[in-house]
Design a protein around this ligand. Structure first.
Ligand code: GLC
Length: 745
């Protein structure tokens, strides 16, 4: 529809019809057969508004969406189609590894491919907008939503956010293509920095830190053309994002030029009252509208207050019209006025989901996101031929044959399609070479305060003392008779995700005790670690012969794990978040400031920035990961030690594969600004190069350094570089020393 037609449509709408476009209701409100009043009453929104709402969330499936859209349009005066939005965060029916795992690939192009595939599955099933990517930078593993983030580095988070937006929206611009989904970048802004790592808690930081470290990834999503931004639950400088005009208008719209739709997070407008910045729903609605929020997700604030606010002049009707027009433009861009179903079709849906191509992508992504943390005496890869009847593997642990390892935000994933570790083992080795048992539960009551309630809800039951004892003994017996014990351990999905903050970062339940006892009787011990956040692994590091961090690896996790364990592929992941020694180190990140008393980590002196009971460094640093090949980095060379503003410096290093196995190396470029008008991080990642090396091969990796890479928010809060001395290196991870110096003149 042409713009002028949209304007005519807007002009023809009544006040209720306009307000309706800015209200989003949960699927059941529209989906419930016979309109179960219970759900609708709970929202407190009038029938008149409900019949004119602009969008709904988490209704998926071609048949469902066709049914809801058809019923809705039959009652709609102007036939403005509903917008269907959903949390399709890292896969639809084919589920990929969690974003924190994908952040370990250092391969934005791969993430783009995953999002194109996700979009294909989702659009065939009728979804039109996805609430992804989550571009929140994370540094505190106590926060359960680390799993949805691509990690602790601003540079990589920018590249990933842009790639995901491009992937989801690929094809969206093609006229009537019915391809691509609108991408909603979230949670704007800095939701990943709650005090204490406690979800929804206060976020408070300087504008400099906000601009330097937290805002860039959202801006990368905006610059990549995302159609929507979601406000975050938290405060920014004392004002909740959802009512924060500086953030939503001055920064997002005026500075960044964002012209898309702003939606709140779930019930966030009403939460302005709980925050204490609005006395009632009416004030909350006014604050949100004034800040520039277009869509109210699942509260009655806009529905029940906007008309009064306009009638009394607190809000100008032009603000309402602008918001409604942005929603109508998005529907128009999606082609909904021409085809309200956008090609959603049950037959096509079945054809598009869980295809061999998508499964192959899921397997590839899992291999590239797994991180090999320990491999003593090069135990891995195991020789598949040894386990065709001759030798035996004891596969033990709560994640040995577990389909609940997709992570909390795989809500539309097909768990029946998941390949478990046990299934994949049975495709690789002889049945007589495999014994398998759980050994222990994932969690005990002390690991999860609501566990007993959860068990009651789900009909599960905690193991009795006898069962725990018997299962443990059975596991130990199997481990003792096997050549290799493979322990599939990890954190329960319940312990992470939204609302999943923890004060301890331990592997829960009896799992560590299981490992301790298996260690005493097994010949060799491999640990596969499942989870969605960094955990404390100091004891696992000591007890395991090999330790492979598999995260929540997605639909093809089992296959990918066996590909790596038996060596048909090597693990390519490099850590997207620092793994701590202790929860007391939180927040922990590599690109920290030096402080006035930097501790060198070894000299026994007291009055320096250190702990008396723990090393400052992570157990495993950002960017770290072992491989099966052996790469040696030579000295770093600069083609000049002086950089002027128009010029460039080439920095290079020779990397030699000193092993008989080919492999992929992830070379990382780190730069330190030695002195600025404000303190600067001890190092910052400024480039990544993935290079494949044949056995014995040497390759030179070269990066170009230009002035724009050295810009930052200085004393005057302007984004600019400052002349002075810099250090640089190219290394396999962030624990590196910066070798060479250059000057920016
Ligand atoms: C949730 C989450 C957000 C999600 C939204 C819709 O509370 O914070 O990430 O997209 O609500 O489900």
């Amino acid at each position: 529809m042409k713009e002028e037609k949209l304007q005519e449509l807007l002009d023809s709408l009544s006040m209720v019809e306009k307000i309706g476009q800015l209200v989003q209701v949960p699927g059941p409100v529209l989906e419930a057969q016979g309109q179960e009043l219970g759900v609708r009453d709970a929202l407190g929104i009038s029938e008149e508004i409900i019949q004119n709402v602009g969008s709904t969330l988490n209704v998926v499936g071609a048949d469902q969406i066709r049914r809801v859209q058809k019923a809705y349009l039959e009652k709609s005066r102007h036939k403005i189609p509903l917008l269907f939005m959903a949390d399709i965060i890292y896969g639809f029916r084919t589920v990929f590894p969690i974003p924190l795992a994908l952040g370990c690939t250092f391969d934005p192009e791969l993430l783009k491919k995953l999002c194109v595939a996700t979009s294909k599955e989702s659009v065939a099933a009728g979804a039109q907008v996805t609430f992804s990517p989550m571009a929140d930078l994370v540094r505190d593993a106590r926060w359960g939503r680390c799993l949805e983030s691509t990690g602790e580095d601003p540079y990589m988070n920018c590249r990933y956010a842009a790639a995901m937006v491009e992937g989801f929206q690929e094809g969206l611009q093609e006229e009537g293509a019915g391809k691509g989904m609108a991408s909603c970048v979230k949670h704007f802004a800095a939701y990943g920095a709650p005090e204490g790592g406690r979800d929804y808690n206060t976020v408070d930081m300087s504008e400099r830190r906000l601009r330097q470290e937290y805002l860039p990834s959202y801006k990368a999503g905006v610059d990549a053309g995302c159609e929507m931004i979601m406000t975050s639950f938290n405060t920014v400088d004392g004002i909740p994002s959802t009512g924060n005009k500086w953030l939503m208008d001055d920064v997002l719209r005026k500075e960044w030029g964002f012209e898309g739709v702003v939606i709140t997070d779930y019930a966030a407008i009403a939460e302005l009252m709980a925050h204490g910045v609005a006395e009632d729903g009416k004030e909350a609605a006014r604050l949100a509208m004034e800040a520039g929020v277009d869509i109210d997700m699942c509260t009655d604030c806009y529905a029940n207050n906007l008309e009064a606010l306009i009638r009394e002049g607190s809000i100008d009707e032009t603000q309402l019209d602008q918001a409604v027009m942005r929603v109508l433009r998005l529907k128009n861009k999606l082609g909904l006025f021409e085809d309200p179903f956008r090609g959603a079709d049950a037959v096509r849906e079945k054809e598009e989901i869980l295809t061999p191509k998508h499964r192959g992508l899921a397997r590839e992504a899992a291999i590239k996101s797994m991180v090999l943390l320990e491999n003593k005496e090069e135990l891995l890869p195991l020789c598949r031929e040894d386990f065709q009847g001759e030798k035996k593997i004891a596969l033990i642990g709560p994640f040995a044959d577990n389909r609940d390892a997709l992570g909390m935000w795989a809500i539309h994933g097909d768990k029946d399609a998941v390949v478990t570790v046990k299934q994949a083992f049975l495709e690789n080795i002889a049945p007589e070479s495999l014994v398998c048992t759980e050994g222990c539960e994932t969690m005990l009551a002390e690991d999860y305060t609501d566990l007993l309630a959860f068990y009651e809800q789900t009909g599960k039951a905690a193991w009795s003392t006898e069962k725990r004892k018997g299962e443990m003994e059975r596991a130990l017996a199997l481990a003792a008779e096997a050549d290799v014990a493979v322990l599939a351990l990890g954190e329960s999905e319940l312990q992470g995700g939204e609302g999943g903050s923890r004060t301890k970062l331990t592997i829960p339940g009896d799992q560590l005790e299981l490992l301790r006892r298996v260690r005493k009787c097994a010949r060799k011990v491999v640990v596969l670690l499942f989870g969605g956040r960094p955990l404390i692994l100091d004891e696992v590091k000591e007890l395991a012969d090999a330790l492979l961090l598999v995260w929540y690896p997605g639909t093809e996790g089992g296959h990918a794990i066996c590909d790596v364990l038996f060596g048909s592929r090597e693990p390519e992941g490099r850590l997207s978040m620092s793994l701590p020694r202790s929860v007391g180190q939180m927040p922990l990140y590599y690109n920290a400031f030096s402080t006035g008393r930097p501790y060198d980590g070894k000299t026994p002196i007291r009055f320096f920035s250190r702990y008396t009971d723990c090393d400052n460094t992570p157990l495993y640093p950002y960017g770290y990961g072992l491989a099966y090949h052996k790469a040696a980095y030579g000295p770093v060379h600069l083609d000049s030690h002086t950089l002027d503003r128009e010029g460039k410096i080439e920095v290079s290093v020779e990397i030699a594969n000193e092993s008989s196995r080919a492999g992929m190396e992830t070379a990382q470029l780190y730069i330190q600004d030695m002195a600025g008008s404000v303190v600067r991080p001890v190092k910052e990642l400024k480039g990544v190069c993935k290079v494949f090396l044949e056995a014995g091969e040497k390759k030179t990796v070269t990066f170009q350094i230009t002035e724009d890479m050295l810009r930052f928010y200085g004393k005057r809060l302007r984004y600019e570089s400052e002349p002075g001395k810099f250090r640089v290196t190219i290394a396999p991870d962030s624990s590196c020393q910066l070798q060479e110096e250059f000057n920016l003149v």
